[in-house]
Design a protein around this ligand. Structure first.
Ligand code: NAP
Length: 509
């Protein structure tokens, strides 16, 4: 295990933990489905191909998963289309009870899901457990929302008609998810789709398909009818999903991933004017005003920066700190980050795991080097960690210049670049100087200023004196190039519903 200062350990200890848990890991991996799930059947891909899923903490192979072809994608859409009519006719209460049963079943398997995510994605077990609780909550939340879909009946202003407005399921959906939150990104889409009465095809990220497959097994066990959910892991995303997006039977695309791929999929979706939800990249500013409680801001910064090793769309990407408190903030943040234990997620002591792969770690290091070349100083970290796995030292950079790429690009790693501002106007200008608009964080004790920030900052979400905002009961989503649509909250189910209007003749005419 790689260690930072402040904690003592040895590689022997990690070896022991790995040995102790190896048996339970293997038992779990042997029980997780690795086939495609189409029309209620677990099956091999049409060309019998598979691809390998790796453990980012060791680089070792975890499982070989069926590799869907375009023909498999088409079979999955056929199943979703065939199931749509009868699924839309099920009683909302039936769909609600099914989601609630899935919530209970998932919670009962919490430890399995947590270990599986740690294995395929790398996050520390404690964080994986947190994701299980968060991800499962979408099932419970949308079980409650399923029975609350309503419309309205009104009289036209001229009195000559009655207006009936109601909601219908959009129809078969394609759901595409990223690797960084393998469970929550799936439940955030699947649960509202089920609640609304939509059928679906889900394509998980090739790096982390196992969690989605285990989740599908849970839904099968609690009685989700065949064809409602179809899972097609694949190593050839575009070739498999492209024909589905072009298929006129598909009615909606919900995508979570990078802005680059999202833009491309939006353009593809335009061909048949698909309903789309796009949860894309972020470049979150984290503002610390001179009146803030600096210790609280540092606590919040650690969470906002390091949750999921910084591999989160909501990760604080730019620390914009008042010049009076910038040195204190940088020193305290660096001290906290230095004390963190970095190591394989399966070690209960690990607070920070590896990055997902070599390419991601290289990109993080490249951004750090570019920042240094353009004038930044390394307060702590700044290096990949030697040895197995894709670990990177928690890093604080101060005096980051405006030319640094790290201020414009998503870092997706444990690096905190700090810049300074003089007054509120400058802080807002710097914060909004990005094409993204997912989330922002503000630390201040001034309530009026906090309210001004909620109006001035261009982001779909804002944390005030809080380093995490994600909540199943709240509408998650971005503005600008961070996306379209919302997941969670009462808004989340609307993404899977069409509004229909019926005009009725005046009953007195
Ligand atoms: P990504 O490369 O855009 O991939 C996301 C998903 O799209 C994966 O399933 C991927 O499949 C698939 N994909 C890639 N190319 C495709 C294509 N041409 N056609 C159809 N599907 C395609 O993003 P990522 O690296 O997995 O995830 C990180 C990004 O997601 C970051 O930018 C992060 O900010 C964003 N994110 C946003 C949110 C949000 O709610 N706003 C939440 C989490 C993550 P493969 O796995 O096979 O490449």
């Amino acid at each position: 295990m790689a260690m930072l200062s402040g904690r003592s350990s040895s590689s022997t200890r990690t070896e022991n933990i790995v040995t102790i848990t190896r048996t339970s890991q293997q038992t779990l991996l042997d029980s997780v489905p690795t086939a495609l799930y189409i029309d209620g059947q677990w099956r091999a891909s049409t060309d019998a191909g598979t691809f390998v899923v790796h453990d980012p903490a060791t680089g070792s192979e975890l499982a070989a998963v069926a590799d869907a072809t375009a023909a498999d994608g088409s079979a999955a859409l056929d199943a979703a289309v065939d199931a749509q009519k009868s699924w839309a006719r099920t009683a909302p209460r039936e769909r609600a009870e099914l989601l609630r049963a899935a919530f209970d079943a998932l919670i009962a398997r919490s430890e399995d899901f947590a270990l599986l995510m740690t294995l395929e994605m790398g996050k520390p077990l404690a964080e994986a457990r947190g994701e299980v609780a968060y991800g499962a909550e979408f099932l419970r939340w949308f079980s409650e929302e399923a029975v609350r879909v309503s419309g309205r009946y009104s009289t036209a202003p001229d009195g000559r008609m009655r207006l009936l407005v109601h909601k219908r399921p959009v129809g078969p959906c394609l759901l595409i998810t990223p690797w960084n939150f393998p469970l929550a990104m799936a439940t955030r889409k699947v649960a509202p789709a089920i609640a609304a009465g939509c059928t679906m095809v889900i394509k998980p990220a090739a790096l982390t398909p196992l969690t989605t497959l285990l989740f599908a097994q849970i839904l099968e066990e609690v009685g989700l009818p065949p064809g409602v959910l179809n899972v097609i892991p694949t190593s050839r995303a575009g070739a498999v999903t492209g024909p589905l997006i072009a298929d006129p039977r598909l009615r909606k695309l919900s995508f979570t991933g990078s802005t680059e791929i999202g833009r491309q999929l939006l353009a593809d979706s335009a061909q048949q004017v698909l309903r789309t939800s796009m949860e894309l990249g972020g470049n979150a500013p984290f503002l610390v005003f001179a009146d803030a409680d600096i210790d609280a801001a540092v606590e919040g910064a650690v969470v906002a920066k390091l949750r999921n090793m910084g591999e989160a769309c909501t990760a604080a990407n730019r620390f914009i700190v008042h010049e009076f408190v910038a040195d204190e903030f940088a020193a305290k943040l660096a001290r906290k980050m230095q004390r963190l234990t970095v190591g394989p997620g399966i070690d209960p002591d690990s607070e920070l795991g590896p990055l997902i792969d070599q390419k991601s770690r290289d990109k993080v290091h490249d951004l750090v080097q570019d920042a240094v070349t353009t004038g930044a100083s390394i307060v702590t970290g700044g290096q990949p960690m030697p040895g197995d796995g894709y670990f990177y030292l928690p890093t604080v950079l101060s005096g980051v210049g405006a030319a640094a790429r790290i201020l414009r690009e998503e870092v997706f790693g444990p690096v905190a670049p700090i810049t300074t501002f003089r007054d509120e106007e400058e802080a807002v200008r710097l914060a909004n100087d990005t094409e993204y608009g997912l989330v922002a964080y503000v630390y201040t004790r001034d309530t009026a200023r906090a309210l001004r920030m909620s109006e001035e900052l261009e982001s779909g979400m804002l944390g005030i004196n809080a380093g995490v905002v994600s909540n199943p009961a709240a509408p998650f989503g971005g503005i600008k190039q961070s996306g379209l649509g919302r997941e969670g909250g009462s808004e989340g189910i609307e993404e899977y519903l069409d509004t229909r209007y019926v005009g009725l003749a005046d009953p007195y005419a």
